[in-house]
Design a binder for this molecule. Sequence first.
Ligand code: CO
Length: 296
Amino acid sequence: MDESTKQDFIKAGRISAEVLEYGKSLIKKGNSLLEATELIEKKIFELGGKPAFPVQISCDDIAAHFCAVEDDATILENQVVCLDLGVHVNGAIGDTAYTIDLSGKYSDLVKAAQKALEEALKIVAVGTELREIGKTIQDTVKSYGFNPVRNLSGHGLGLYDIHTSPTLPNFDNGDKTKLTKDMTFAIEPFATTGSGVVGEKGHSTVFMVEHPKPVRSPITREVLKEIASYDGLPFAERWLQRKFGAKSTFALRELNQFGIIHQFPPLVETSKGIVAQAEHSILIDEDGEVVVSTKI
Ligand code: CO
């Protein structure tokens, strides 16, 4: 990694951290989920970044990929709220998440995810095996009496690529691959009161271009041009609704039919367990020094 890319990763991380702090202040009883989402996205731009993916505010048994649409009417009340956001600077990404328990009943669950992240960060170094990260997360979450979500994981962060190798498991999956110098990745423990498996459920509001190809319809073409400005990163249905109104629904349907875009439906805990998440982005530089870029 060259020096300017490294600085971009550090800058993206610092902006994500600041935006997360701001975002936490908006997760309050009585606030609108949609308004919070939009204010957080606005903050990313204000601080000189761009969203690496749409801001996601997933509640209760929804572990990830919930992104408000234009007419979302959710008011934050007693939910357990996972706020997950990503910022990019010239394609270099900071990805971070935090959970706020508005119910007053799940503070231990939030602690379990947070502590699992802290313990995992302690062992991050050149030569650490991926399975050791997973085992640390699993043991910590279990020590609180909860389960890690096994089919969600941390991930490598590439330039303009939010999910690349390696996969950093949330349990001991036996993977002896080692962390190396010059690596950028996110560690992302999820703790749940349920059995620890998520499945896709409900309407997708987050998409990404998968197989670009030309389209005939002028509306879809116009929408596709807008999508190109998101640099191949995931985007929200809401961003298109805001710009193109109802026409965006037609265009998205067509892009889906042609296999041009990939959908990310909400990921819900299959036994209806409540889910908490914590996440930081990490950079191991060419000298093997570990930088947690999203930590203030
Ligand atoms: Co992530």
